[in-house]
Design a protein around this ligand. Structure first.
Ligand code: ASP
Ligand code: MG
Length: 419
């Protein structure tokens, strides 16, 4: 059993979809569950559509809606012979009708709650999977479309839903696993799920990798393959560094540290579910399937290679009790309560006799709330616009990075520098 995940770029036009179909048909000796994202930048386009409606810009919203429709209709007419187009269009029309209803609702009520966000942006994946699975069937593959919302059950944290694992696993075992047979292809949506009451939810932007991992875990699949437009996982961002190399194998731990600290190649939540079942994750290039790619698993051969990850837009706080008290556990607990309450996203923590230092993401309103909670008892120093550098398998020469930093930490082979 294989789980394969294809992102928006891999299905951004008809030729790309044909290439995806080729890749899938080359793996037909196994049962495949294929997870697909919205085509190209459709999620952004649906977000924009909803925001235009929220702001009362009716004409622009309707134009944007036409753009989304036109884009998908073009994929259909490019992919299918004329006598098939109508039938495929009939399959996607209900989603357009649904989007239109939501947009009209937003315009009418002049509000756009997060629950409505999930209802509208989820249509991107529903559209893409409908088109791609229709194409696979048209090419003669034994293909079935699965509604991920009937399988992936979540809480009602709109836009960032948490998976209810027991229910999801039960659904996969009952509804999906029995359908997995050699030569069969099940196609489902990344990024989306639903609450136990059946309300659509989303798992956070770029969450389709995570969906792949959820299915791989619940199916106890042989592997998860994430198909990307890059040759594999690099040891740094090629836009920032010229000397990047591909990592052939990296451990789950290396992968989780890299993705948590900003390597955007895989969604950070993807690693845990596959680690828990020791399922390997292959990152392969859909532009050149012959390339070996990278494998995340229990082995590594990247010990000799330093990975260098940069997370931008960091904020550093130094928090000191106003009365010169020691930074005791009681005070730490109080500060962490505030962190949790205000939704601050912590990346690093350090303490000294009379201060606690944290490096956090720049979530403006959350951070603001956090600081206002502190000000009664604590003095807070802030530095913004910083970067968090993570070096895995660092070498002595990386230590010079620490010279002008506001925060430095070393854990084993990992070096963290904030500056
Ligand atoms: N389509 C969603 C997004 O763009 C999910 C994904 O691509 O992984 O955020
Ligand atoms: Mg996407």
């Amino acid at each position: 059993m294989l789980v394969m995940k294809f992102g928006g770029a891999s299905v951004k036009h008809a030729d790309a979809v044909r290439n995806v179909a080729d890749i899938i048909s080359h793996h037909q000796d196994k049962a495949q569950l294929v997870v697909i994202s919205a085509m190209d930048k459709t999620t952004n386009h649906l977000e924009l559509l909803a925001h235009l409606a929220r702001d009362g810009k009716e004409t622009e919203a309707l134009e944007q809606f036409e753009r989304v429709k036109r884009f998908h209709r073009k994929q259909i007419s490019d992919l299918f012979p004329a006598d098939q187009v109508e039938a495929v269009e009939a399959r996607v029309t209900p989603f357009f009708t649904f989007i239109e209803r939501i947009v009209n609702g937003i315009l009418l009520l002049e509000e756009f709650p997060p629950r409505t966000y999930d209802r509208i942006v989820s249509c991107g994946e529903l559209l893409s999977t409908t088109i791609v699975s229709s194409y696979l069937s048209f090419k003669g593959l034994d293909c079935e479309w699965i509604d991920a919302r009937e399988v992936v059950k979540t809480d009602a944290t709109w836009k960032q839903a948490g998976v209810i694992w027991t229910l999801t696993e039960e659904n996969v075992k009952k509804q999906v696993k029995p359908k997995m047979k050699g030569g069969r292809v099940l196609v489902t949506q990344g990024f989306i799920g639903s609450t136990t009451e059946g309300h659509t939810t989303t798992l956070g932007r770029e969450g389709s990798d995570y969906t792949g991992s959820i299915f791989a875990h619940c199916l106890e699949a042989d592997s998860l393959t994430v198909w990307k437009d890059v040759p594999g996982i690099l040891n740094g961002d090629p836009r920032i560094r010229q000397d990047t190399v591909k990592l052939d194998k990296l451990s789950y731990e290396e992968a989780v540290e890299m993705t948590f600290y900003g390597a955007s190649v895989i969604h950070p939540k993807t690693i845990k579910p596959i680690f828990n079942r020791q399922i390997p994750l292959h990152v392969k290039c859909f532009l050149d399937v012959e390339l070996e790619g990278s494998t995340i698993g229990s082995e590594t051969n990247s010990e000799a290679i330093t990975s260098y990850i940069v997370k931008k837009d960091q904020v550093f706080y130094q928090i000191k009790p106003k009365d010169f008290s020691f930074m005791e556990e009681r005070l730490m607990q109080e500060i962490f309560d505030y962190i949790y309450k205000s939704g601050v996203k912590v990346n690093l923590v350090q303490n000294s006799a009379i201060s606690l230092m944290i490096c956090v993401d720049n979530r403006k309103s959350n951070n603001h709330e956090f600081v206002s909670l502190l000000l009664d008892k604590f003095e807070v120093q802030v530095q913004e616009d910083l970067k968090l550098y993570t070096m895995i398998n660092f070498s002595v020469k990386n230590l010079k990075e620490a010279a002008d930093a506001v925060m430095v930490q070393q854990h084993g082979n990992k070096l963290f520098v904030v500056k």
